[in-house]
Ligand binder design. Structure first.
Ligand code: BES
Ligand code: MN
Ligand code: ZN
Length: 496
Protein backbone atom coordinates (compact mmCIF):
# COMPACT_ATOMS: atom_id res chain seq x y z
CA UNK A 1 0.00 0.00 0.00
CA UNK A 2 1.05 3.56 -0.64
CA UNK A 3 3.22 5.44 1.82
CA UNK A 4 1.66 8.41 3.57
CA UNK A 5 3.36 11.76 3.53
CA UNK A 6 2.53 15.15 4.81
CA UNK A 7 2.49 17.60 1.93
CA UNK A 8 4.01 20.87 2.97
CA UNK A 9 6.86 21.83 0.73
CA UNK A 10 6.91 20.79 -2.88
CA UNK A 11 8.88 17.60 -3.52
CA UNK A 12 11.46 17.62 -6.29
CA UNK A 13 9.16 15.73 -8.60
CA UNK A 14 5.70 17.18 -9.03
CA UNK A 15 2.79 15.03 -7.93
CA UNK A 16 0.93 13.28 -10.72
CA UNK A 17 -2.36 14.66 -9.55
CA UNK A 18 -3.76 16.38 -6.51
CA UNK A 19 -7.32 15.49 -5.54
CA UNK A 20 -9.28 18.15 -3.74
CA UNK A 21 -12.49 17.14 -2.01
CA UNK A 22 -15.34 19.56 -1.99
CA UNK A 23 -18.90 19.75 -0.60
CA UNK A 24 -21.69 21.48 -2.48
CA UNK A 25 -20.93 25.16 -2.37
CA UNK A 26 -17.74 24.65 -0.36
CA UNK A 27 -14.51 26.57 -0.89
CA UNK A 28 -11.85 23.87 -0.64
CA UNK A 29 -8.85 26.03 -1.54
CA UNK A 30 -9.61 28.34 1.37
CA UNK A 31 -9.81 25.37 3.74
CA UNK A 32 -6.46 23.87 2.77
CA UNK A 33 -3.02 25.02 3.80
CA UNK A 34 -1.49 26.22 0.53
CA UNK A 35 1.30 28.77 0.52
CA UNK A 36 -0.17 32.25 0.29
CA UNK A 37 1.64 32.95 -2.95
CA UNK A 38 -0.04 29.98 -4.65
CA UNK A 39 -3.56 30.72 -3.57
CA UNK A 40 -4.25 33.26 -6.23
CA UNK A 41 -3.63 30.98 -9.18
CA UNK A 42 -5.38 28.07 -7.48
CA UNK A 43 -8.41 30.23 -6.83
CA UNK A 44 -8.39 31.46 -10.40
CA UNK A 45 -8.24 27.89 -11.65
CA UNK A 46 -11.09 26.88 -9.39
CA UNK A 47 -13.15 29.76 -10.65
CA UNK A 48 -12.52 28.79 -14.25
CA UNK A 49 -13.44 25.13 -13.69
CA UNK A 50 -16.54 25.93 -11.64
CA UNK A 51 -16.66 22.72 -9.60
CA UNK A 52 -19.92 22.58 -7.65
CA UNK A 53 -19.04 19.87 -5.21
CA UNK A 54 -21.97 17.70 -6.09
CA UNK A 55 -21.84 14.05 -5.18
CA UNK A 56 -19.99 12.04 -7.81
CA UNK A 57 -18.54 15.10 -9.53
CA UNK A 58 -14.94 14.73 -10.78
CA UNK A 59 -13.44 17.67 -12.60
CA UNK A 60 -9.84 17.45 -13.75
CA UNK A 61 -7.57 19.98 -15.34
CA UNK A 62 -3.94 20.88 -15.63
CA UNK A 63 -2.57 22.20 -12.37
CA UNK A 64 -1.59 25.88 -12.63
CA UNK A 65 1.33 25.42 -10.24
CA UNK A 66 4.45 23.29 -10.49
CA UNK A 67 3.65 21.15 -7.43
CA UNK A 68 1.39 18.85 -9.43
CA UNK A 69 0.79 17.98 -13.04
CA UNK A 70 -2.96 17.85 -12.72
CA UNK A 71 -5.64 18.70 -10.23
CA UNK A 72 -9.04 17.13 -9.76
CA UNK A 73 -11.99 18.40 -7.77
CA UNK A 74 -13.92 15.58 -6.12
CA UNK A 75 -17.51 16.39 -5.18
CA UNK A 76 -19.10 14.75 -2.14
CA UNK A 77 -22.42 16.64 -1.98
CA UNK A 78 -24.17 18.42 0.85
CA UNK A 79 -21.97 18.52 3.94
CA UNK A 80 -25.00 18.09 6.21
CA UNK A 81 -25.59 14.71 4.58
CA UNK A 82 -21.99 13.57 4.30
CA UNK A 83 -21.84 10.02 5.68
CA UNK A 84 -18.86 7.78 6.32
CA UNK A 85 -19.94 5.65 3.39
CA UNK A 86 -20.12 8.59 0.94
CA UNK A 87 -16.65 9.77 1.80
CA UNK A 88 -15.24 6.25 1.61
CA UNK A 89 -16.89 5.77 -1.77
CA UNK A 90 -15.42 9.02 -3.07
CA UNK A 91 -11.98 7.87 -1.94
CA UNK A 92 -12.44 4.56 -3.73
CA UNK A 93 -13.40 6.45 -6.88
CA UNK A 94 -10.25 8.54 -6.60
CA UNK A 95 -8.07 5.44 -6.35
CA UNK A 96 -9.71 3.95 -9.40
CA UNK A 97 -9.28 7.12 -11.37
CA UNK A 98 -5.66 7.54 -10.28
CA UNK A 99 -4.91 3.97 -11.28
CA UNK A 100 -6.56 4.38 -14.65
CA UNK A 101 -4.57 7.55 -15.32
CA UNK A 102 -1.34 6.01 -14.06
CA UNK A 103 -0.96 8.59 -11.33
CA UNK A 104 1.25 6.96 -8.77
CA UNK A 105 2.10 9.93 -6.59
CA UNK A 106 -1.09 11.65 -5.59
CA UNK A 107 -2.00 14.54 -3.35
CA UNK A 108 -5.13 14.48 -1.21
CA UNK A 109 -6.79 17.53 0.27
CA UNK A 110 -9.91 16.55 2.21
CA UNK A 111 -11.35 19.65 3.84
CA UNK A 112 -14.82 18.17 4.35
CA UNK A 113 -16.48 17.05 7.57
CA UNK A 114 -18.51 13.88 8.03
CA UNK A 115 -21.87 14.92 9.43
CA UNK A 116 -22.25 14.41 13.19
CA UNK A 117 -18.52 14.10 13.86
CA UNK A 118 -16.20 16.56 15.55
CA UNK A 119 -13.52 18.10 13.35
CA UNK A 120 -10.90 15.84 14.91
CA UNK A 121 -12.96 12.65 14.54
CA UNK A 122 -13.71 13.47 10.95
CA UNK A 123 -10.07 14.21 10.10
CA UNK A 124 -8.95 10.92 11.52
CA UNK A 125 -11.66 9.04 9.68
CA UNK A 126 -10.85 10.69 6.35
CA UNK A 127 -7.12 10.01 6.66
CA UNK A 128 -7.63 6.44 7.79
CA UNK A 129 -9.99 5.66 4.94
CA UNK A 130 -7.66 7.35 2.48
CA UNK A 131 -4.81 5.20 3.75
CA UNK A 132 -6.89 2.06 3.24
CA UNK A 133 -8.49 3.05 -0.05
CA UNK A 134 -5.81 1.39 -2.14
CA UNK A 135 -6.01 -1.87 -0.17
CA UNK A 136 -6.09 -4.92 -2.36
CA UNK A 137 -5.48 -8.60 -1.69
CA UNK A 138 -3.36 -10.08 -4.44
CA UNK A 139 -1.06 -12.44 -2.53
CA UNK A 140 -2.10 -15.24 -4.84
CA UNK A 141 -2.03 -13.39 -8.15
CA UNK A 142 0.91 -13.63 -10.51
CA UNK A 143 -0.07 -10.34 -12.06
CA UNK A 144 -0.47 -7.84 -9.24
CA UNK A 145 -3.50 -5.59 -9.05
CA UNK A 146 -3.05 -2.14 -10.52
CA UNK A 147 -3.85 -0.46 -7.20
CA UNK A 148 -0.50 -1.64 -5.96
CA UNK A 149 1.16 0.90 -8.19
CA UNK A 150 -0.10 3.90 -6.24
CA UNK A 151 3.09 4.68 -4.43
CA UNK A 152 2.65 7.77 -2.34
CA UNK A 153 -0.29 9.65 -0.85
CA UNK A 154 0.64 13.20 0.03
CA UNK A 155 -1.80 14.68 2.48
CA UNK A 156 -2.33 18.42 2.19
CA UNK A 157 -2.80 20.00 5.62
CA UNK A 158 -6.06 21.68 6.47
CA UNK A 159 -6.02 25.42 6.95
CA UNK A 160 -4.31 26.17 10.25
CA UNK A 161 -3.18 22.59 10.84
CA UNK A 162 0.38 22.55 12.15
CA UNK A 163 3.03 20.15 11.00
CA UNK A 164 3.08 18.46 14.39
CA UNK A 165 -0.69 18.02 14.45
CA UNK A 166 -0.83 16.43 11.04
CA UNK A 167 2.17 14.21 11.74
CA UNK A 168 0.54 12.97 14.95
CA UNK A 169 -2.63 12.13 13.05
CA UNK A 170 -0.67 10.36 10.35
CA UNK A 171 1.11 8.28 12.97
CA UNK A 172 -2.22 7.18 14.43
CA UNK A 173 -3.50 6.42 10.96
CA UNK A 174 -0.44 4.37 9.98
CA UNK A 175 -0.84 2.31 13.13
CA UNK A 176 -4.57 1.74 12.58
CA UNK A 177 -4.03 0.93 8.92
CA UNK A 178 -1.48 -1.75 9.74
CA UNK A 179 -3.91 -3.44 12.11
CA UNK A 180 -6.83 -3.26 9.71
CA UNK A 181 -4.59 -4.54 6.94
CA UNK A 182 -3.51 -7.49 9.11
CA UNK A 183 -7.16 -8.31 9.81
CA UNK A 184 -8.15 -8.05 6.14
CA UNK A 185 -5.20 -10.05 4.87
CA UNK A 186 -5.89 -12.85 7.34
CA UNK A 187 -9.60 -13.01 6.58
CA UNK A 188 -9.00 -12.92 2.82
CA UNK A 189 -6.68 -15.92 2.88
CA UNK A 190 -8.31 -19.05 1.48
CA UNK A 191 -9.10 -22.08 3.60
CA UNK A 192 -6.29 -24.22 2.22
CA UNK A 193 -3.74 -21.58 3.13
CA UNK A 194 -5.19 -20.41 6.42
CA UNK A 195 -5.91 -23.36 8.67
CA UNK A 196 -6.03 -23.56 12.46
CA UNK A 197 -2.33 -24.40 12.31
CA UNK A 198 -1.29 -21.50 10.08
CA UNK A 199 -3.59 -19.13 11.96
CA UNK A 200 -1.57 -19.96 15.07
CA UNK A 201 1.60 -19.29 13.09
CA UNK A 202 0.17 -15.94 11.99
CA UNK A 203 -0.59 -15.03 15.61
CA UNK A 204 3.02 -15.78 16.52
CA UNK A 205 4.28 -13.70 13.62
CA UNK A 206 2.18 -10.78 14.77
CA UNK A 207 3.64 -11.15 18.26
CA UNK A 208 7.16 -11.31 16.80
CA UNK A 209 6.58 -8.08 14.94
CA UNK A 210 5.91 -5.96 18.01
CA UNK A 211 7.15 -5.92 21.62
CA UNK A 212 4.95 -7.05 24.48
CA UNK A 213 2.77 -9.87 23.15
CA UNK A 214 2.92 -13.48 24.25
CA UNK A 215 1.28 -16.29 22.32
CA UNK A 216 0.34 -19.69 23.73
CA UNK A 217 -1.40 -22.30 21.65
CA UNK A 218 -3.54 -24.97 23.25
CA UNK A 219 -3.50 -28.03 20.98
CA UNK A 220 -5.67 -31.10 21.11
CA UNK A 221 -4.20 -32.49 24.32
CA UNK A 222 -4.44 -29.22 26.20
CA UNK A 223 -8.00 -28.78 24.97
CA UNK A 224 -8.81 -32.27 26.28
CA UNK A 225 -7.29 -31.34 29.61
CA UNK A 226 -9.49 -28.23 29.74
CA UNK A 227 -12.48 -30.45 28.78
CA UNK A 228 -13.26 -28.14 25.88
CA UNK A 229 -15.87 -30.37 24.28
CA UNK A 230 -17.13 -27.53 22.11
CA UNK A 231 -13.87 -26.70 20.36
CA UNK A 232 -12.88 -30.37 20.09
CA UNK A 233 -16.30 -31.38 18.81
CA UNK A 234 -16.37 -28.79 16.04
CA UNK A 235 -12.84 -29.69 14.94
CA UNK A 236 -13.17 -33.45 15.04
CA UNK A 237 -14.33 -33.92 11.44
CA UNK A 238 -11.22 -32.35 9.98
CA UNK A 239 -7.69 -33.62 9.41
CA UNK A 240 -6.64 -30.29 10.91
CA UNK A 241 -6.60 -30.27 14.67
CA UNK A 242 -8.49 -27.47 16.40
CA UNK A 243 -6.68 -25.04 18.68
CA UNK A 244 -7.19 -22.29 21.18
CA UNK A 245 -4.79 -19.43 20.50
CA UNK A 246 -4.12 -17.20 23.49
CA UNK A 247 -2.42 -13.89 22.79
CA UNK A 248 -1.64 -11.76 25.83
CA UNK A 249 -0.66 -8.17 26.45
CA UNK A 250 0.10 -7.84 30.15
CA UNK A 251 1.66 -4.55 31.16
CA UNK A 252 2.68 -3.84 34.75
CA UNK A 253 -0.14 -2.32 36.82
CA UNK A 254 -2.88 -2.52 34.21
CA UNK A 255 -5.90 -0.32 34.80
CA UNK A 256 -8.41 -2.96 33.66
CA UNK A 257 -8.59 -6.44 32.25
CA UNK A 258 -10.27 -7.09 28.92
CA UNK A 259 -10.69 -10.34 27.05
CA UNK A 260 -11.34 -10.25 23.29
CA UNK A 261 -12.65 -13.41 21.67
CA UNK A 262 -12.76 -14.04 17.92
CA UNK A 263 -14.45 -16.87 16.08
CA UNK A 264 -11.76 -18.68 14.13
CA UNK A 265 -13.49 -21.15 11.82
CA UNK A 266 -11.02 -21.22 8.95
CA UNK A 267 -13.62 -22.87 6.74
CA UNK A 268 -17.26 -23.56 7.50
CA UNK A 269 -18.78 -26.20 5.24
CA UNK A 270 -21.55 -26.68 7.78
CA UNK A 271 -20.24 -30.15 8.63
CA UNK A 272 -22.68 -33.05 8.30
CA UNK A 273 -25.49 -30.45 8.22
CA UNK A 274 -23.72 -29.34 5.06
CA UNK A 275 -24.36 -25.97 3.45
CA UNK A 276 -25.57 -25.57 -0.14
CA UNK A 277 -22.72 -25.30 -2.66
CA UNK A 278 -23.71 -21.85 -3.80
CA UNK A 279 -21.85 -19.24 -1.81
CA UNK A 280 -20.00 -21.78 0.30
CA UNK A 281 -16.66 -20.31 -0.79
CA UNK A 282 -17.46 -17.23 1.31
CA UNK A 283 -17.12 -19.42 4.39
CA UNK A 284 -13.36 -18.92 4.23
CA UNK A 285 -14.26 -15.62 5.94
CA UNK A 286 -15.65 -17.46 8.95
CA UNK A 287 -12.52 -16.55 10.89
CA UNK A 288 -13.02 -12.81 10.42
CA UNK A 289 -13.70 -12.38 14.14
CA UNK A 290 -10.33 -13.98 14.88
CA UNK A 291 -8.69 -11.66 12.35
CA UNK A 292 -10.23 -8.65 14.07
CA UNK A 293 -8.95 -9.74 17.47
CA UNK A 294 -5.44 -10.35 16.16
CA UNK A 295 -5.40 -6.98 14.41
CA UNK A 296 -6.47 -5.27 17.62
CA UNK A 297 -3.85 -7.10 19.68
CA UNK A 298 -1.09 -5.79 17.47
CA UNK A 299 -2.23 -2.21 17.95
CA UNK A 300 -2.70 -2.66 21.70
CA UNK A 301 0.92 -3.79 21.99
CA UNK A 302 2.23 -1.09 19.69
CA UNK A 303 0.44 1.59 21.71
CA UNK A 304 1.55 -0.07 24.96
CA UNK A 305 -1.91 0.50 26.41
CA UNK A 306 -1.86 0.21 30.21
CA UNK A 307 -4.59 -2.42 30.09
CA UNK A 308 -4.42 -6.17 30.41
CA UNK A 309 -5.80 -7.32 27.07
CA UNK A 310 -6.04 -11.00 26.23
CA UNK A 311 -7.10 -12.26 22.83
CA UNK A 312 -8.68 -15.73 22.67
CA UNK A 313 -9.06 -17.35 19.29
CA UNK A 314 -10.71 -20.75 19.25
CA UNK A 315 -10.02 -22.11 15.80
CA UNK A 316 -11.15 -25.16 13.82
CA UNK A 317 -12.24 -26.30 10.40
CA UNK A 318 -15.88 -27.38 10.18
CA UNK A 319 -15.91 -30.32 7.77
CA UNK A 320 -17.95 -33.48 7.31
CA UNK A 321 -16.16 -36.83 7.51
CA UNK A 322 -16.40 -40.23 9.13
CA UNK A 323 -15.20 -38.65 12.33
CA UNK A 324 -17.36 -35.55 12.20
CA UNK A 325 -19.88 -34.39 14.73
CA UNK A 326 -23.40 -35.60 13.90
CA UNK A 327 -26.78 -34.05 14.55
CA UNK A 328 -28.04 -35.46 17.82
CA UNK A 329 -24.58 -35.84 19.32
CA UNK A 330 -24.23 -34.52 22.86
CA UNK A 331 -21.12 -32.58 23.89
CA UNK A 332 -19.91 -31.72 27.36
CA UNK A 333 -18.54 -28.22 27.38
CA UNK A 334 -15.67 -26.76 29.43
CA UNK A 335 -18.09 -25.32 32.00
CA UNK A 336 -19.75 -28.73 32.46
CA UNK A 337 -22.97 -27.97 30.60
CA UNK A 338 -24.13 -30.52 28.04
CA UNK A 339 -25.23 -29.51 24.57
CA UNK A 340 -27.23 -31.47 22.05
CA UNK A 341 -25.92 -30.68 18.59
CA UNK A 342 -29.09 -30.09 16.64
CA UNK A 343 -27.27 -28.74 13.64
CA UNK A 344 -23.55 -29.07 13.00
CA UNK A 345 -23.65 -25.79 11.06
CA UNK A 346 -24.29 -23.91 14.30
CA UNK A 347 -20.64 -24.54 15.16
CA UNK A 348 -19.45 -21.05 16.05
CA UNK A 349 -21.35 -20.88 19.31
CA UNK A 350 -19.98 -24.28 20.39
CA UNK A 351 -16.42 -23.14 20.02
CA UNK A 352 -17.03 -19.66 21.42
CA UNK A 353 -18.75 -21.13 24.48
CA UNK A 354 -15.54 -22.80 25.60
CA UNK A 355 -13.53 -19.64 24.98
CA UNK A 356 -16.02 -17.56 26.97
CA UNK A 357 -15.65 -19.94 29.86
CA UNK A 358 -11.86 -19.85 29.56
CA UNK A 359 -11.94 -16.04 29.76
CA UNK A 360 -12.51 -16.37 33.48
CA UNK A 361 -8.80 -17.20 33.95
CA UNK A 362 -7.94 -13.59 33.17
CA UNK A 363 -10.31 -11.96 35.66
CA UNK A 364 -11.82 -9.76 33.00
CA UNK A 365 -13.85 -6.64 33.67
CA UNK A 366 -15.09 -6.77 30.12
CA UNK A 367 -15.37 -9.53 27.51
CA UNK A 368 -16.08 -8.73 23.87
CA UNK A 369 -16.57 -11.38 21.23
CA UNK A 370 -16.55 -10.94 17.46
CA UNK A 371 -18.06 -13.65 15.32
CA UNK A 372 -19.51 -14.22 11.87
CA UNK A 373 -22.17 -16.11 13.76
CA UNK A 374 -25.52 -16.10 12.00
CA UNK A 375 -27.13 -15.62 8.62
CA UNK A 376 -30.10 -14.29 10.62
CA UNK A 377 -28.14 -11.25 11.63
CA UNK A 378 -27.51 -10.49 7.96
CA UNK A 379 -31.23 -10.92 7.26
CA UNK A 380 -31.98 -8.41 10.03
CA UNK A 381 -29.39 -5.71 9.37
CA UNK A 382 -27.98 -6.34 5.92
CA UNK A 383 -24.45 -5.09 5.41
CA UNK A 384 -24.82 -1.75 7.18
CA UNK A 385 -24.32 -2.68 10.81
CA UNK A 386 -23.23 -5.58 12.98
CA UNK A 387 -25.64 -6.88 15.60
CA UNK A 388 -24.65 -6.34 19.21
CA UNK A 389 -26.01 -8.24 22.21
CA UNK A 390 -24.90 -8.61 25.77
CA UNK A 391 -25.58 -8.35 29.46
CA UNK A 392 -24.56 -4.75 30.10
CA UNK A 393 -26.56 -1.83 28.69
CA UNK A 394 -23.90 0.86 29.26
CA UNK A 395 -21.27 -1.24 27.48
CA UNK A 396 -23.57 -1.72 24.50
CA UNK A 397 -24.45 1.99 24.45
CA UNK A 398 -20.78 2.95 24.54
CA UNK A 399 -19.88 0.62 21.70
CA UNK A 400 -22.82 1.86 19.72
CA UNK A 401 -21.69 5.48 20.08
CA UNK A 402 -18.13 4.66 19.15
CA UNK A 403 -19.35 2.65 16.17
CA UNK A 404 -21.30 5.63 14.86
CA UNK A 405 -18.23 7.77 15.28
CA UNK A 406 -15.66 5.55 13.59
CA UNK A 407 -17.97 4.21 10.90
CA UNK A 408 -18.25 0.64 12.22
CA UNK A 409 -21.84 0.56 13.31
CA UNK A 410 -23.27 -1.92 15.80
CA UNK A 411 -27.01 -2.14 16.38
CA UNK A 412 -28.49 -3.67 19.54
CA UNK A 413 -30.60 -6.81 19.50
CA UNK A 414 -32.28 -8.03 22.70
CA UNK A 415 -31.44 -11.08 24.75
CA UNK A 416 -34.83 -11.58 26.41
CA UNK A 417 -34.97 -14.30 29.00
CA UNK A 418 -37.74 -16.00 27.01
CA UNK A 419 -35.33 -16.90 24.21
CA UNK A 420 -33.69 -19.44 26.46
CA UNK A 421 -36.74 -21.67 26.13
CA UNK A 422 -36.05 -21.86 22.37
CA UNK A 423 -32.86 -23.74 23.20
CA UNK A 424 -34.47 -26.37 25.40
CA UNK A 425 -33.30 -29.88 24.65
CA UNK A 426 -35.05 -33.12 25.54
CA UNK A 427 -31.72 -34.88 26.03
CA UNK A 428 -29.18 -32.34 27.25
CA UNK A 429 -28.98 -29.03 29.14
CA UNK A 430 -29.24 -27.05 25.93
CA UNK A 431 -29.38 -27.57 22.21
CA UNK A 432 -27.30 -25.50 19.86
CA UNK A 433 -30.08 -24.10 17.69
CA UNK A 434 -33.48 -22.55 18.27
CA UNK A 435 -36.42 -22.62 15.91
CA UNK A 436 -36.41 -20.86 12.55
CA UNK A 437 -37.07 -17.50 14.17
CA UNK A 438 -34.73 -15.14 15.95
CA UNK A 439 -31.55 -16.88 14.86
CA UNK A 440 -29.20 -14.05 15.87
CA UNK A 441 -30.68 -13.65 19.33
CA UNK A 442 -30.93 -17.35 20.08
CA UNK A 443 -27.22 -17.63 19.17
CA UNK A 444 -26.52 -14.73 21.55
CA UNK A 445 -28.64 -16.37 24.22
CA UNK A 446 -26.67 -19.58 23.80
CA UNK A 447 -23.38 -17.73 24.31
CA UNK A 448 -24.75 -15.97 27.37
CA UNK A 449 -24.98 -19.33 29.15
CA UNK A 450 -21.19 -19.54 29.10
CA UNK A 451 -20.23 -16.01 30.13
CA UNK A 452 -18.43 -15.92 33.49
CA UNK A 453 -20.42 -14.34 36.32
CA UNK A 454 -20.15 -10.60 36.98
CA UNK A 455 -18.44 -9.85 33.69
CA UNK A 456 -19.71 -7.15 31.36
CA UNK A 457 -20.00 -8.92 28.02
CA UNK A 458 -20.94 -7.92 24.52
CA UNK A 459 -21.26 -10.20 21.52
CA UNK A 460 -20.84 -8.61 18.11
CA UNK A 461 -22.30 -10.63 15.24
CA UNK A 462 -20.30 -9.47 12.21
CA UNK A 463 -21.70 -11.94 9.67
CA UNK A 464 -23.07 -9.13 7.50
CA UNK A 465 -20.18 -6.68 7.71
CA UNK A 466 -17.01 -8.76 7.88
CA UNK A 467 -16.73 -9.16 4.12
CA UNK A 468 -18.33 -7.96 0.94
CA UNK A 469 -19.20 -10.14 -2.02
CA UNK A 470 -18.61 -7.14 -4.24
CA UNK A 471 -17.29 -3.64 -3.64
CA UNK A 472 -19.75 -1.97 -1.27
CA UNK A 473 -19.79 1.62 0.01
CA UNK A 474 -16.17 2.02 -0.91
CA UNK A 475 -15.18 -1.14 0.94
CA UNK A 476 -13.21 -3.44 -1.31
CA UNK A 477 -14.49 -6.84 -2.28
CA UNK A 478 -13.58 -9.31 0.45
CA UNK A 479 -12.68 -8.72 4.07
CA UNK A 480 -13.33 -5.35 5.71
CA UNK A 481 -11.43 -5.68 8.98
CA UNK A 482 -14.61 -4.58 10.76
CA UNK A 483 -14.21 -4.15 14.50
CA UNK A 484 -10.53 -3.29 14.67
CA UNK A 485 -11.01 0.47 14.91
CA UNK A 486 -14.15 0.11 17.01
CA UNK A 487 -12.39 -2.04 19.60
CA UNK A 488 -9.25 0.00 19.69
CA UNK A 489 -11.15 3.23 20.11
CA UNK A 490 -13.14 1.61 22.90
CA UNK A 491 -9.98 0.48 24.69
CA UNK A 492 -8.46 3.93 24.39
CA UNK A 493 -11.64 5.46 25.72
CA UNK A 494 -11.48 3.20 28.79
CA UNK A 495 -8.28 5.00 29.73
CA UNK A 496 -9.79 8.47 29.60
N1 BES B 1 -20.71 -19.00 9.69
C1 BES B 1 -22.12 -19.16 9.66
C2 BES B 1 -22.88 -17.85 9.67
C3 BES B 1 -22.75 -16.97 8.47
C4 BES B 1 -23.73 -16.95 7.50
C5 BES B 1 -21.71 -16.08 8.35
C6 BES B 1 -23.65 -16.11 6.43
C7 BES B 1 -21.60 -15.22 7.26
C8 BES B 1 -22.59 -15.24 6.31
C9 BES B 1 -22.56 -19.96 10.88
O1 BES B 1 -21.68 -20.91 11.34
C10 BES B 1 -23.81 -20.68 10.50
O2 BES B 1 -23.72 -21.52 9.66
N2 BES B 1 -24.92 -20.33 11.12
C11 BES B 1 -26.17 -20.92 10.83
C12 BES B 1 -26.85 -21.28 12.13
C13 BES B 1 -28.07 -22.11 11.97
C14 BES B 1 -27.69 -23.49 11.54
C15 BES B 1 -28.79 -22.13 13.28
C16 BES B 1 -26.99 -19.93 10.04
O3 BES B 1 -26.94 -18.75 10.35
O4 BES B 1 -27.63 -20.34 9.08
MN1 MN C 1 -21.91 -22.76 10.35
ZN1 ZN D 1 -19.71 -20.55 10.93
Amino acid sequence: MADLYQYRTAPEEPLDCVYIFQCSGGDPIANLEFPAKDRKSLNAKEKALEPRGEEGELISAECPLPFARRMTFVGVGDEKCLTHAKLRKALATVMRQATKNREYQIGLGIPVRVSGLSAEESRLFALREASLADYTFDNFKSKKNEFDKIDGMHIIPLAGETEAQLEARLDTVRMLRTSVQIARDLANRPGNDLTPETLAVAAKEIADGVAGLRVTVLGKQALQKEKMGGILGVGQGSEQEPRLIVIEHRPKKPKKSIVLIGKGITFDSGGISIKPAQGMEAMKFDMAGAATVLGVMRAVAELQLPLKVVGLVPTAENLPSGKALKPGDILTMANGKTVEVDNTDAEGRLLLADALHYAEHFNPDVVLDFATLTGSCVVALGHEAAGIMGNDEPLIATLRDIGEQVGERVWPLPLYEEYLSYLKSDWADLKNTGSRWGGAVTAGTFLKQFVPDKVAWAHVDIAGVAYAEKEHNGHPKGASGFGVVLTLTYLQQLLK
